[in-house]
Design a protein around this ligand. Structure first.
Ligand code: NAD
Length: 396
């Protein structure tokens, strides 16, 4: 069938298998052109099919020659419906990993459930023995608690008072003003339950309890801080409360793992276009301005550049993980550089619909959004017939 993008707000309901494979190849080529990584060896990535988790898996496999298990929640093609992008990404990843003779497995299912944790532990026992890196990169709107069965939903809202700022429809470039009412206490609680550190802690406890976490293992989860203008909707909002919990979890896990020489971190990453970030009001306009400034200063990075830098400069190759023994690794350092932020804020104050093309990188934003679903990939003929039913090799 001929597969074209079908967008609904910040969602694209179609994905292109060859386009996704092309995006994976670009990330692999980037990593293979860099200096080899000194580790890890056996890696578990939870939330491995898109965005930062996928880039972590690619950096580990193609930068260090690591064996990997990827856990993710994606859908296969069915009838006239294409598979989700993460499905095609993972199929392409598995194919390329196999060409290098790397051991690689994909587990599709709900990472929040005990069943998927048990399945993953059994696979590690059978195939790897232990894992020495666990990356936790799940971004989800919902979580069913494995013990109580409660279904939590996360919301992106300010806490305490309403927040008004500029936002942009990234399909049209139209800038408007948005007001978001504050979250209720229960919405805060539920967002922490979905995006906080409880599930990360459960994974580490169960892996350790089953004896499949190597001595000296590292675990890392991802967070964002960003500039003051987005703090009410991000850092000081519901999602920020969840990130605070995630960061507290890193401190506790670090304490727990240090007994066997292990370590736990939260890496604070740069703002990038992913399926998760495009859903946050205000943020797409900020990202567009940021992209423009960082590209002009030749500082721009995508997920793969960020994840390679995390591994090469902080976690492996003798790098210092976090400054001053902190639990936070700052690879948002270039985004937060003073000259970058001053220039982004100068533009922010002026931004309106008419000057978006001049002050921000709307095209860069849109291209990255379509890339997420395998569209606008160089060398792919989108008028040609494509086969939507693609199998993921080594799916367990
Ligand atoms: P993403 O939406 O691209 O990826 C989320 C991943 O989680 C996918 O692989 C998806 O399949 C998986 N997932 C979702 N629900 C799942 C479930 N129930 N079971 C198993 N897998 C599930 O998101 P992303 O932007 O890469 O975010 C990953 C992490 O990085 C998040 O913690 C996010 O807050 C953080 N982060 C993102 C940005 C950004 O700008 N995008 C910046 C800094 C930090």
């Amino acid at each position: 069938m001929i597969i074209q993008p079908k967008t609904r707000g910040f969602i694209c309901t179609t994905a292109h298998p060859e386009g996704c494979a092309g995006q994976i190849q670009e990330q692999i080529d980037y990593v293979r052109a860099q200096k080899k990584l000194s580790g890890p060896a056996n890696v578990l990535v939870i939330g491995a099919s898109t965005g930062y988790g996928l880039a972590s898996r690619i950096a580990a496999a193609f930068g260090a020659g690591a064996n990997t298990i990827g856990v993710f929640f994606d859908k296969a093609a069915e009838g006239a419906r294409t598979a989700s992008a993460g499905w095609y990404n993972s199929a392409a990843f598995e194919q390329e990993a196999a060409k290098l003779g790397l051991k690689s497995f994909s587990i599709v299912g709900d990472a929040f459930s005990d069943a998927i944790k048990t399945k993953t532990i059994d696979l590690i026992k059978a195939e790897f023995g232990t894992v020495d890196l666990v990356v936790y990169s799940v971004a989800s709107p919902r979580r069913t608690h494995p013990v109580t069965g409660e279904v939590f939903s996360s919301v992106i809202k300010p806490v305490g008072e309403a927040y008004t700022n500029k936002t942009m429809n990234f399909h049209t470039g139209e800038v408007s003003t948005v007001t978001i009412e504050p979250a209720t206490d229960d919405e805060v609680r539920q967002t922490i339950a979905v995006m906080g550190g409880e599930d990360w802690g459960m994974w580490i406890n169960q892996l350790q309890g089953a004896g499949v976490l190597a001595d000296g293992a590292t675990t890392v989860a991802y967070s964002y801080i960003g500039p003051k203008i987005t703090h009410p909707i991000y850092r000081d909002g519901t999602i920020g409360q969840a990130k605070n919990h995630l960061e507290q979890t890193a401190i506790a896990l670090n304490e727990q793992l240090s007994a066997t020489g292990g370590r736990a971190f939260v890496s604070v990453n740069k703002a990038l276009v992913t399926q998760s970030s495009s859903a946050i009001p205000v943020v797409p306009l900020y990202i567009s301005a940021l992209y423009r400034v960082m590209k002009e200063k030749e500082l721009h990075e995508n997920c793969i550049q960020q994840m390679y830098r995390l591994f090469a400069d902080h976690l492996y190759n003798g790098g210092e993980a976090a400054a001053d023994g902190s639990h936070l690794i700052r690879i948002d350092d270039w985004e937060m550089r003073e000259d970058v932020q001053i220039e982004v804020m100068r533009r922010w104050n002026e931004l309106e619909t008419d000057n978006v093309p001049e002050l921000a990188d709307l095209k860069g934003y849109q291209d990255d959004f379509f890339h997420l679903f395998g569209f606008r990939t160089e060398g792919v003929d989108y008028e040609a017939e494509a086969e939507p039913a693609v199998a993921i090799p080594n799916m367990v």
